[in-house]
Write a new protein. Structure first.
Length: 443
């Protein structure tokens, strides 16, 4: 109460008394009886007013009978509007009060009831392995481990999943079941590279928690398995063989020792001419593609088919050679010819018309008459199928004193090889012939 004394002209004292009213406070939002979920943001809006103290100079406090003072630091606007927001209210039935105090200590209040419903806590997951600086090798198992917990459920009732960010999205590689202490672990291998891992736990209310970590898995191609100084990335074509690496010495072992994509080049196992066979396969000239086992033999002085003998029988370009036993240049037609590149042994004649191949004097080229048969009882020395006699004329001797005669046989012409009298003169008064014994030569 304020007392004001006024002195007036009539000399009388007059007193006027003014009374201070408490501020007014009204909660406009949320409405009385509102229900929200635990953790949900609640926006409180109120209005205050005072007859003497400006609204922005009033002392304002929001409070809860469960939580206590919510805030007393937020001043209201000049218009009298007061706001406050929080998501920290604990579960329960709250009586929320907006109180405003003026400078004289008068207080005005407004209250509502607000119910905060409890929300189950989400589970938690903590990655144990891989830990910082841990890594793995591609193709080898690594022990992945996490610790899970939940306020409402035992760890072994939670759903745990380990995944990595693969080419087609999130790829699960393990789904271990946690033990009673919350440890969830598994052994698994994942692709090489820097993998983004996700460790996720979900409770039976559908709430979840995810922990992430980047994990280096060294690709197998970046590991020098055979310790030869080269990896697959560096060009090692067989990282399990210490003798195979870029620039290695090629040896005959069936491996690409120098990693140039060619095996055993420069050795007897390599097919240098590309004909399908190497020296080890029997290629006798691995620089020429037309020479090798199974190639066509030709009459060229070369062992084309590598059988150890050049220009063998029936080679391309061969000629018929007949069996010439007696070496007179004429072969026998009674023995099959061979197709040869050159004469071979008794197969040395291009003719097959020798009528007797056991006597070199008997051949189609023979011109000499002989008084002996050729060896088989025949006197056909020139192979014309006829025994031609050399002397076929009969001799004569006639006259008296003066004789007339001609040389020839005295009597019948003898057979080949037979001897008879041959008139070689005629003399005397009676002209008597003189003879010598002559053997009939034939051809």
């Amino acid at each position: 109460m304020v007392l004001v004394q006024l002195l007036v002209a009539c000399g009388q004292d007059v007193s006027v008394t003014h009374y201070n009213e408490p501020p007014t406070a009204t909660i406009q939002s949320p409405p009385n009886g509102t229900t929200v979920k635990e953790g949900e943001i609640v926006d409180f809006i109120g209005a205050v007013n005072d007859d003497q103290t400006p609204s922005d100079e009033l002392f304002v406090q929001w409070s809860s009978d469960i939580f206590g003072v919510l805030t007393n630091e937020d001043a209201c606007a000049v218009s009298g509007q007061c706001t406050y927001a929080t998501a920290q209210l604990t579960p329960g039935n709250h009586i929320v009060v907006l109180a405003a105090s003026d400078k004289q200590g008068e207080v005005g209040e407004s209250q509502i009831t607000l119910t905060v419903e409890a929300v189950p806590d989400a589970p938690t997951i903590i990655i144990e392995h891989p830990a910082t600086n841990e890594s793995a090798l591609e193709g080898e198992d690594f022990t992945f481990m996490a610790v899970v917990s939940d306020q409402q459920e035992s760890p072994d009732q939670l759903h745990v999943s380990f995944s990595y960010d693969g080419e087609t999205g999130l790829t699960e590689f393990c789904a271990p079941r946690a033990d009673a202490t919350g440890i969830a672990a598994c052994e698994a291998e994942i692709p090489g590279g820097t993998q983004h891992l996700y460790f996720t736990v979900i409770d039976n209310d559908g709430q979840s928690d995810t922990a992430e970590v980047y994990f280096v898995v060294t690709p197998r191609t970046e590991i020098d398995d055979d310790k030869d100084g080269f990896t697959e990335v560096m060009g090692d074509c067989d990282d399990a063989d210490i003798y195979s690496y870029p620039g290695g010495t090629e040896v005959e072992d069936g491996a690409d020792n120098d990693c140039d994509g060619i095996t055993d080049e420069g050795t007897n196992a390599y097919d240098d001419d590309g004909d399908g066979t190497s020296e080890n396969d029997g290629d006798c000239d691995d620089t020429t593609i037309v020479i090798g086992p199974g190639a066509t033999e030709s009459c060229n002085g070369i062992d084309d088919d590598c059988n150890g003998t050049p220009d063998t029988e029936d080679a391309t370009g061969c000629s018929a050679f007949y069996y010439d036993y007696d070496g007179d240049g004429y072969g026998s037609g009674s023995v099959a010819a061979k197709c040869l590149c050159q004469e071979d042994g008794y197969y040395r004649s291009g003719y097959d018309n020798d009528c007797y191949d056991y006597n070199a004097s008997a051949s189609p080229a023979a011109v000499a008459y002989s008084t002996s048969q050729r060896g088989d009882g025949s006197w056909d020395w020139n192979c014309n199928s006829t025994e031609t006699k050399y002397y076929t004329t009969a001799g004569t001797c006639s006259g008296a004193v003066w004789c007339s005669w001609s040389a020839g046989w005295s009597g019948t012409v003898p057979a080949c090889g037979s001897s008879s009298n041959w008139i070689d003169g005629c003399s005397g008064i009676l002209c008597e012939d003189s003879t010598t014994t002559v053997t009939q030569p034939c051809i």
